[in-house]
Structures are given as structure tokens and as C-alpha cells.
Design a protein around this ligand. Structure first.
Ligand code: OKP
Ligand code: MG
Ligand code: ZN
Length: 343
């Protein structure tokens, strides 16, 4: 299958992530994408192409105009205020306070975020736009008849809500691709999120809709990020009732356990009869991942790819998390090779 990759991802190179009360080098760093790309090439997975430019219209089908505007100007506004470091939110609308957008950049950073680990800096906007273009280009390949395509997105997207950044994510690339399918006449689209973390943004974006089925398999939010969404009693609301599925697991979960949820997810997807499938692909489920607690092994990713392929659906893979940079290339490409072995 083809891989869509933009060198502009490297513009997303924040110096800081707030972790454990100190500023560390971000886990979500440029070498992640470079390592995956190198493995795609060394395994001759298929052609690597650069994305087309889609502009902001398909982004705004998912994200609010005021949020997009905020992201575009955030860094310049921060610098104009004479702030010495990177832009980090430090105040939020707590319970009982008023959810209105303040003028001040500190206020807007809090208004448009749900977490503080993710710094905004020079180039963040450009890389986030490129990442959305990568997803939209992969979506177009599949809409034009390819069985599957790999959107090597960076920064990732699944934590981004319609108007919130956080968890290393700014634009929800998987949601943008799903909405593009809908806007091109695909009646039903399924998004399966296999990243270690709950796809809270994706869930929230489609929560009241029955045309996009959202499923996420992840670490128990009682114990890990994003903490405030992703529980199993969240099944959708209004028209969307029954069209969101969360499967949560405890620390130490191996593939033998994890794959039971995958099976449940695949049955639900088959039942839904979507015309396209998006896989929000994180490999932070890996046993050596530095910020996660599952125990998947490199060979398990081949099985995962095979199972996804058995659904027999036009499939777009969007890259999400995975922070063991030494293994990320092997694990990601194993999914694609497992997928292709099932054709
Ligand atoms: C992004 B994606 C580490 C805390 C990590 C943020 C996690 C974001 C994950 N001490 N908090 O889903 O891989
Ligand atoms: Mg997940
Ligand atoms: Zn993750």
C-alpha cells in the first residue's frame, strides 16, 4: 500500500512537555515519523508520496472556526506578549466558571485545551495542517479505489476535539478523513482506534451521530490519560446512541486479552456495514512503550493487521501514538504487512 508522508511534520518540534512537574523533551518527537518512514522504505511497503493541499475547508467540517483561528495565531500571539518559553495552558474553566472565550492568550490557551503537557511553538500550526493533508490524501487514494492507504500523520490527532487540543494532538486527522468520506457520499464510516489511549476527541466529535461508528480499545481512564472520558458506559447520545464503543483494559494486558476486544470491535464494525474504515493506529500498546502499560509484542501487530484486513473494507490508517522509537517502525509496518498478507 502507499504511504503518505510530509517532511513538514518536522516543524512540529516542541522543546518541552510538562511531565512529572518538569519540562522534558517531548515523547511526541520528529524521530518517530522518520523511523516509521525508514522502515516503510526498507521493507518496500509501497510508494511514498507527499500530500496534496486541501486547505482548511475539510478541517472546518470537524473543527470550529474559532478553534482553527486560535491555533493559526497562537504562537504569534504568545510571542507578541513577550513570553519567554513555549505556549502552555495553565488555567481552565473549572466547574461553576463561565465557558466563554477570553481575549488574552493565556485565557484562550485554556479555553481551547483540556491538558497541559502539549506545548505550542513555532511550526506547530504548519505541521498540524500538513498532518491533516496527509490524512486527506490517504482518504482520497482510497476513495479513488485503492484498497488501503497509510497516512503517516504527525502530529497525531485522536485526542483533539472539535475545539480542544491536548495529548499531543491539534487536528483530529482520523475524524477529518472520516468526514471527508461522508461528504463524498459514503453513507457509513467506522473508526477503530487501537492506540493505547482513549480516542476522546474522535468519540466526542461523532458522539451524537449514527453515520460514523467510533470504537476505541484502551487503558482504563481511571488509571491513565485522558482520565475524563473513555469509560464503557459511554455509548453515544441522541441519534448516536449505540454508535460509540469503548473497551478498557488493566495494566499488563497481553495480546491474548487485548484481541478479545478487537474481536468484539470487528464484529460490531461488520454489523454496521460501513463503506469505509479508518484505523487510528497507535503502537503505544507495545510492551516497551515508555508511557503505557499493555504488553503487546512486535509479532502481535502482524495479527492485528490480518484481522483488520479480514473486514474486507476500504481502509485508511492514520498514525497516532507509539513512543518506543526503536521499535515504532517495525511495529507499524508489521500492521501493514499483516494487512497486505490477507489480500
Ligand atoms: C497521546 B497518544 C506521561 C503522561 C502522558 C499524555 C499522553 C498523550 C498520548 N507521563 N500524557 O494517544 O499516544
Ligand atoms: Mg484507543
Ligand atoms: Zn496513545
Amino acid at each position: 500500500m502507499k504511504t503518505v508522508f510530509s517532511p513538514l511534520h518536522s516543524l512540529r518540534s516542541a522543546k518541552t512537555e510538562l511531565d512529572g512537574g518538569i519540562l522534558i523533551e517531548p515523547h511526541e518527537k520528529p524521530s518517530r515519523a522518520e523511523t516509521i518512514l525508514a522502515r516503510v522504505r526498507s521493507q518496500t511497503l509501497g510508494e511514498v508520496i507527499e500530500p496534496d493541499e486541501f486547505g482548511l475547508e475539510p478541517v472546518k467540517r470537524v473543527h470550529t472556526a474559532d478553534y482553527v483561528e486560535f491555533l493559526e495565531h497562537c504562537w504569534a500571539d504568545w510571542v507578541a506578549e513577550g513570553k519567554p518559553g513555549e505556549a502552555i495552558p495553565a488555567v481552565w474553566c473549572g466547574r461553576g466558571m463561565r465557558p466563554r472565550m477570553p481575549k488574552d492568550i493565556d485565557g484562550r490557551l485554556g479555553y481551547f485545551s483540556f491538558a497541559a503537557e502539549t506545548s505550542i511553538s513555532n511550526g506547530t500550526w504548519e505541521a498540524a495542517c500538513a498532518s491533516a493533508n496527509v490524512a486527506l490524501t490517504a482518504q482520497k487514494l482510497v476513495a479513488n479505489g485503492e484498497r488501503a492507504a497509510f497516512a503517516l500523520c504527525r502530529p497525531p490527532g485522536h485526542h483533539a476535539h472539535a475545539d480542544l487540543f491536548g495529548g499531543y494532538c491539534f487536528f483530529n486527522n482520523a475524524a477529518i478523513a472520516a468526514q471527508a468520506f461522508r461528504d463524498q457520499g459514503y453513507e457509513r464510516v467506522a473508526i477503530l482506534d487501537v492506540d493505547f489511549h482513549h480516542g476522546n476527541g474522535t468519540q466526542a466529535i461523532f458522539y451524537d451521530r449514527s453515520d460514523v461508528l467510533t470504537i476505541s480499545l484502551h487503558g482504563d481512564p481511571d488509571l491513565v490519560f485522558p482520565h475524563f472520558l473513555g469509560f464503557e458506559d459511554e455509548t453515544g447520545e441522541g441519534d448516536g446512541k449505540g454508535y460509540n464503543l469503548n473497551v478498557i483494559y488493566p495494566p499488563g494486558t497481553p495480546y491474548s486479552e487485548w484481541s478479545r476486544g478487537l474481536e468484539t470491535a470487528c464484529k460490531r464494525i461488520a454489523d454496521f456495514q460501513p463503506s469505509a474504515l479508518i484505523i487510528a493506529l497507535g503502537v503505544d500498546t507495545f510492551e516497551e512503550d515508555p508511557i503505557s502499560f499493555f504488553k503487546l509484542k512486535s509479532t502481535d501487530y502482524v495479527s492485528l493487521g490480518e484481522r483488520i484486513a479480514q473486514l474486507g473494507l476500504p481502509t485508511v490508517f492514520t498514525m497516532e501514538g507509539g513512543y518506543d522509537v526503536d521499535a515504532i517502525g517495525v511495529n507499524v509496518v508489521n500492521v501493514m504487512q499483516g494487512f497486505e498478507s490477507e489480500k
